[in-house]
Structures are given as structure tokens and as C-alpha cells.
Write a protein that binds this ligand. Structure first.
Ligand SMILES: *Cc1c(COP(=O)(O)O)cnc(C)c1O
Length: 361
């Protein structure tokens, strides 16, 4: 009999549930369950992937200087304070590994992203769920939940799966009020969808206790390549680089991400498309008696009268080849999260919900 056991906390992790991608027997299936860009990646990113193919026997860059430079140029940030990861998930994991551990508390909001809890537990730390106010991050509740054990505070702004966000003054008040040993992490996975929003970069620069994470998986349409990044005070980025694997991003991923972020025209088209169809979708659903909070992201959190109705609607949508996301695991059993698709997808969703409401199920 061996005595091989995992580290404390690991067995408390429930496996991450990804968005489903197929329906048995259905044709013309549209996946609206993972907040992917319905227009796909920039043609320039696709070209970069093709051009990289003959070089895949080479190890990639270890310092990601070229991609960090492109991010810095495009967004006006200091490349020295950027760290790239295999998705922003990896940056979240580095933060937990470096700053939390047994005895440490990691705060996240009631309807916050699943990876905060998973990464906290993986590091041996204790995740602490903090209430929101009507599906909006509650700064007072977060400040009240802080103790001398709090090491990390995660908020996504805009948040997934609620789509809501809080203003810069509220975020600054949170950073200002944290205890001295706590680091605020602003997850900006959806910041690219908010016109003129820096994701919290200015606050990172103004303070020494704030880090921002960003991703190429949403607006830039590169979820399959796994590229994210973090921006923070130099000391913190230096700490994270110590635990980063030297070849954590492939050469193909680095080149694609660089091409994607430099293609600002394409990014703008995607942002405008999302804003237009998000508004259309939310309004059409509201007219069918399915309300949602004003979304700042690339999805709508559609609220139903009950868990039973939400699940019945999800089942019906599936029969119509439409895959959306149940969010009971995010303490939102009455809701379905629907990614803003292309025009055809949005029209199909509304037609299907309309048929459902008319008794088709
Ligand atoms: C999608 C998402 C991410 C991005 O994850 P990647 O690892 O970069 O693909 C991060 N945070 C939130 C809240 C998300 O919804």
C-alpha cells in the first residue's frame, strides 16, 4: 500500500466545466457557450500561423519581447511590466502560486470566474466567496471580507458571467482600502469590449498593489492558441517570471497574438459588431420577457423566471442546434449565458426563445 496523496486542497477542486461544442444529431450547430469571437481571428493572425509552420522545430522566444513590445505599442504600456502566459488562466495560476498558499485567503465575488477558486485551491490557499449586490461587484462587501490572511482579491471587470462592471472610482476605492499584504487583481478578459476602457492599466501605474490580466481569447479570437498577459508593478512581474516556464508560449501563438494586436482595424470591427448585436439581442429577449442586466461584454446573461424555465429553455435551444451556457455553477440557476454571435446566430436565438415562450417545448 503506498501513501501517495495529493497536496491539501487539490481534491476540493471540481473539474472546470467548459462550454459544450456539439449536440448529438443536430446539424447547423452554433456554439454560443464559450464567449468566442463569432467573426474568428484577424486574417493577419491566420497568416502568421501559416507562416510559422516551417519554423516549429525551433524553440520559441523565452522573453516574449516582440509580443510584449507590440502590446506596449498598441495600448501605450511599458513592455517591461508585461508578462505573457498560456492564456490569462496561467497568469491567474502564477499569482496564486506566488502570493497565496496554505493559510492564505483568496477573495472572489459571488458570481466570479471559476478559475480564481480553482487556482487558489491548487496553491493550497482558501478561496472566499464574497456577495455581490444584484449581480454587481460590491466593493464594500469585498473590503469587509478582508482579514490579515487576505493575500489576493480577484475581480473581473466587466465580470463573467454577469456582464456587469463597476466604475474606475469604485475600483480605486477597493485598491485603496485593501490591507497592506493584499494584492488586487483586475481581470480584464472583457475590457477590450468597452470603448475607451484601459482595463485598469492607469490604476496599475498609479499604485503598487494592483495587477491587471488580459487575454487574446475573446475579442482577438485566439482562444485555441492560449495567449494571455498580465501588467503590474515591476517587482510583482519579476516574481511571476521566476515561476513561469521558459517556453510557456509556442512560437506560433506568439506570432499570431502579435499580428492580432497590431490589427487594430479588425479589432475595432469586432468591437462594433459585438456592441450592435449585443444590444439587439438583449432588447429582443427583453421583449420576449427574458430580461438581462446591461452587458459590457460579449455575452448576455438572460434571466428566466425559475431554474426550471431556464433549463427547459436550454434543452429546447439544444434541439434547435443552439448551445448556450448554464450558469448554476456560478450561483445563477435561473439564468443562461448567451454569447453574442453573428447576425444569423443572434436571429436564431431570438426565434428559438420566442418559440419556446410560445410553448414549443
Ligand atoms: C475567458 C476568461 C478569461 C480568459 O481565459 P484565457 O485563459 O485567457 O483563455 C479570463 N477571465 C475571465 C473572467 C474569462 O471569462
Amino acid at each position: 500500500m503506498n501513501k501517495i496523496t495529493p497536496q491539501p486542497g487539490i481534491m476540493e477542486i471540481d473539474l472546470y466545466q467548459g462550454g459544450a461544442s456539439h449536440v448529438d444529431g443536430a446539424v447547423n450547430v452554433i456554439k454560443l457557450s464559450s464567449n468566442e469571437n463569432p467573426l474568428g481571428p484577424s486574417p493577419k493572425a491566420i497568416e502568421a500561423v501559416r507562416n510559422s509552420a516551417a519554423q516549429i522545430h525551433r524553440y520559441p522566444s523565452t522573453d516574449h519581447a516582440s509580443l510584449r513590445g507590440a502590446i506596449g505599442d498598441t495600448l501605450g504600456l511599458d513592455p517591461e511590466r508585461i508578462i505573457c502566459g498560456a492564456g490569462s488562466d496561467e497568469i491567474i495560476a502564477f499569482l496564486c502560486q506566488a502570493y497565496a498558499g496554505p493559510g492564505a485567503e483568496v477573495l472572489h465575488t459571488e458570481h466570479g470566474f471559476a478559475m480564481y477558486r480553482i487556482s487558489a485551491l491548487a496553491a493550497g490557499a482558501t478561496p472566499v466567496e464574497v456577495p455581490e449586490r444584484d449581480r454587481v461587484t460590491d466593493v464594500d462587501a469585498l473590503l469587509a471580507a478582508c482579514t490579515e490572511r487576505t493575500r489576493l482579491v480577484f475581480i473581473a471587470n466587466p465580470n463573467n458571467p454577469t456582464g456587469t462592471m463597476i466604475g474606475a472610482a469604485e475600483v480605486a476605492r477597493l485598491a485603496e482600502g485593501l490591507p497592506p499584504q493584499a494584492l488586487l487583481v483586475l481581470d480584464g478578459a472583457y475590457a477590450d469590449y468597452v470603448e475607451g476602457f484601459d482595463g485598469g492599466a492607469a490604476l496599475v501605474e498609479a499604485r503598487d498593489n494592483v495587477v491587471m490580466t488580459r487575454t487574446f481569447s475573446k475579442l482577438y479570437g485566439l482562444g485555441g492558441l492560449r495567449v494571455g498577459w498580465g501588467y503590474g508593478p515591476q517587482e510583482i512581474i519579476d516574481v511571476l517570471n521566476r515561476i513561469r516556464g521558459p517556453f510557456n508560449l509556442s512560437g506560433t501563438a506568439l506570432l499570431a497574438a502579435e499580428a492580432a494586436i497590431r490589427d487594430t482595424d479588425y479589432a475595432e470591427q469586432c468591437r462594433a459588431h459585438n456592441a450592435r448585436w449585443r444590444g439587439w439581442l438583449a432588447e429582443a429577449l427583453a421583449e420576449l420577457g427574458v430580461p438581462s442586466d446591461t452587458s459590457c461584454a460579449n455575452f448576455v446573461l438572460a434571466r428566466f423566471a425559475s431554474r426550471v424555465e431556464a433549463e427547459a429553455c436550454d434543452d429546447y435551444l439544444r434541439t434547435q442546434g443552439l448551445i448556450v451556457r448554464r450558469v448554476a455553477g456560478y450561483n445563477l440557476p435561473n439564468a443562461l449565458r448567451i454569447t453574442v454571435g453573428d447576425e444569423i446566430a443572434c436571429r436564431r436565438v431570438v426565434a428559438a426563445v420566442s418559440a419556446f415562450k410560445a410553448g414549443a417545448a
